[in-house]
Design a protein around this ligand. Structure first.
Ligand SMILES: Nc1ncnc2c1ncn2[C@@H]1O[C@H](COP(=O)(O)OP(=O)(O)OP(=O)(O)O)[C@@H](O)[C@H]1O
Ligand SMILES: [Mg+2]
Length: 288
């Protein structure tokens, strides 16, 4: 699969127009219109139009429910290979549910998920992981009764393309603290160490895409800085990333583009650098 930088650049510029368009237009009730002047399409639909090449991940019109509660309402998005995407939205807007639906942990009532051009809708979580999607869940998902060493070793495997770029040793270089804690049980670790272990475990699967839900939630400032540094390193190594974090400024600074969810809908999408320059839009949708 190829995905030339020129195509990405075209996507960014189109997405930037979409953001500018939304930012500049309001309805009578003071809310931005959810369409774009340049296409007169719903904003979510414009995500597809300017991207001529096959995306690594493509989600089309995804709907999901918890009981009677309609939590994802027609979510569509695309992630080109090598891109970093921020997933933003206030509490309870559906970010985690979208990730869980993508990973096969929540059933999609309708809509499609495509991975590298292949329809993988409804695939079980283990199969999704084997496609090369590393998942660092909210709450971290490490094995509390296993040692740090064991947690890492059992996660380790070649990527779907046979690569073993992320080795046990490389992960310990990335997280020297984990090296000092190799014999400790997962439950003996601090929150920051658990998050490092969770990220380390995901990297050891040699993923093509890393999804991090609440990347720095509840961590001390020094650890937060360390986690963002690691995220930048992973991104620079060419791994695609999807990042959810409360600190929207940090998300925008560490991603190529971002999608904002509100009540289960994509209400805004565009280049992260452009969104970062739209404080009034961010305040409207994110309360920041
Ligand atoms: N297991 C569940 N059963 C029923 N409702 C749920 C469940 N999990 C989440 N919800 C509801 O679904 C909606 C979306 O929740 P979700 O966790 O996806 O939001 P989020 O954007 O990740 O929020 P946060 O920023 O707090 O993590 C919320 O209204 C939430 O209360
Ligand atoms: Mg969440």
């Amino acid at each position: 699969m190829t995905n030339g930088r020129g195509d990405n650049a075209r996507w960014f510029s189109a997405a930037a127009s979409a953001v500018a368009s939304v930012a500049g237009r309001r309805t009578g009730n003071g809310w931005p219109r959810r369409d774009c002047a340049w296409t007169r399409q719903p904003l979510a639909a414009t995500l597809h139009a300017p991207l001529p090449l096959r995306a690594m991940l493509r989600i089309d019109n995804l709907n999901a429910f918890y009981g009677d509660s309609h939590v994802l309402r027609g979510v569509s998005l695309e992630l080109p290979a090598g891109n970093a995407m921020g997933l933003l939205g206030r509490n309870g807007m559906g970010k985690t549910t979208l990730i869980r639906a993508l990973m096969g942990l929540v059933r999609a009532a309708s809509g499609r998920v495509h991975w590298q051009g292949r329809d993988v809708t409804g695939w079980a979580p283990e199969r999704m992981a084997r496609l090369g999607i590393g998942y660092v869940p909210e709450g971290r998902g490490i094995f509390p009764n296993l040692s740090v060493h064991e947690n890492l070793v059992i996660a380790s495997r070649a990527g779907p393309d046979g690569r073993r770029d992320w080795t046990y040793e490389r992960v310990l270089e990335l997280f020297p603290r984990l090296r000092e804690r190799l014999g400790h049980g997962g439950q003996q670790l601090s929150g920051g160490e658990q998050q490092m272990l969770s990220i380390g475990r995901a990297l050891l699967t040699n993923p093509l895409l890393m999804i991090m839900d609440e990347a720095t939630e509840g961590l001390a400032p020094q650890i937060v800085a360390e986690i963002w540094h690691v995220i930048a390193t992973v991104r620079a190594a060419g791994v695609s990333t999807v990042i959810v974090d409360r600190n929207c400024r940090a998300v925008l600074a560490n991603t190529d583009r971002a999608v904002v969810l509100e009540k289960g809908r994509v209400v805004l999408a565009g280049a992260s650098a452009t969104l970062a320059q739209q404080p009034e839009v961010l305040s409207r949708f994110l309360g920041v």
